[in-house]
Design a protein around this ligand. Sequence first.
Ligand code: UDX
Length: 456
Amino acid sequence: MTISATATENGPGNETGPAPRLTVIGTGYLGATHAICMAVLGYDVLGVDVDPDKIERLASGEVPFFEPGLPELLAKALDSGRLRFTTSFAEAGAFGDVHFICVGTPQQKGSYAADLTYVDAAVTELARHIRGPALVVGKSTVPVGTAARLTELLHKTAPAGADAQLAWNPEFLREGYAVDDTLRPDRLVFGTTSAWAEERLRAAFAPVIAQGTPVVVTDLPTAELVKVAANSFLATKISYINAMAEVCEATGADVTGLATALSYDDRIGGRFLKPGLGFGGGCLPKDIRAFTHRAEELGVGQAVAFLREVDGINQRRRARTVDLVRELAGGALAGRRITALGAAFKPNSDDIRDAPALDVARTLHAAGAVVTVVDPAAVPNARRAYPELTYATDALAAAAGSDVVVLLTEWAQFREIDPHVMGDVVAHRRIVDGRHALDSVQWRTAGWDYRALGRP
Ligand code: UDX
């Protein structure tokens, strides 16, 4: 990777003064990636987590989740001596000049609101140990207004008082491309309340800024909103094309042709316009719900009421996929053998948070089908969460004797399956392509009954 060469040339600690020492609080998908990449860029980084197991694994060179390219960079960062891990907030407070808060903000149980327990705990614990000028930077996705509240909490709790400042720097990384998105982001957004905070952030991202990355400097609420506005837009785009798929189904039109035709309009573009089973994961679903909830609290619920429909369209895709499998299985699911290809919420990830694939598999199972879930990376996570399902890692072996195969996550391994070879092992050549990932002509030519949402 050429990035470390870039980092040395333009890197931290040049004419802008000594490079700030960084801590990263929370070492999940976001925090671990950020900590590792910042160390690779040349910063001294301390990763902090309350989970000793996670910290031990990272310190010994093991990335505790699936992310292409990250294990290699972790090895490199550890070798450089610039990356260390700890569970001690006292150590973090003493070490860091700039502290990044990267803990999760999941959906609250029984509510659409975001659960801010982890963010509040991280800022409180850290603040107790901040004794001199330091910048605390929120990266977690939070309801607008959280940063203002955390500023007060920080000033009140930190021995340094108002010398401990708060800034917001939303993170846009996609799982599966997290390394690239961190090292070469589309843009950096700095929500700040002082010139000093902006200068600290610029120093903390010097090598990234030196590549020409656009920097948007703004206030705290705008920075908080950028993230949810971006994710809402992406979710809306996906649900828009999936709404068109519903209309296509009622008219005999083909949503894949429709999407292709729309994509040539530069104003629309083809990205995030891929119809199918819809969005899932740890961000899009819970972010649009938390946004709706927060907007209602602020008295502007009507402005984002459409996001409830975006969510509704997305949920219907899951139900409709189950319907298609039932149709292909002859109208009933009880006792039918179903091979479900995919568990992760998208390919190149082992993340099963709000995974559409597992939602479909569980509904099929609940309806009495005998379901085997196949995934190259997410089986351990899926098995832990839903032990009632049967799991496999080899698609062909799992498909032996199958009544219906349903593609739910478009891993390359699944796209490359030879329909003739799989046709030889199944009981019936019936497939539902939940992600429009397969060549329908090729599968139909091989004798399969091929069905996909929004296509004749
Ligand atoms: C998303 C945002 O893209 C990222 O900027 C933000 O920081 C975190 O949330 P991520 O959750 O990793 O990233 O996944 P993403 O690649 O955005 O996909 C989200 C979901 O949408 C997946 O389930 C994917 O299968 C689905 N999707 C995506 C579609 O159904 N159709 C599309 O055209 C694109």
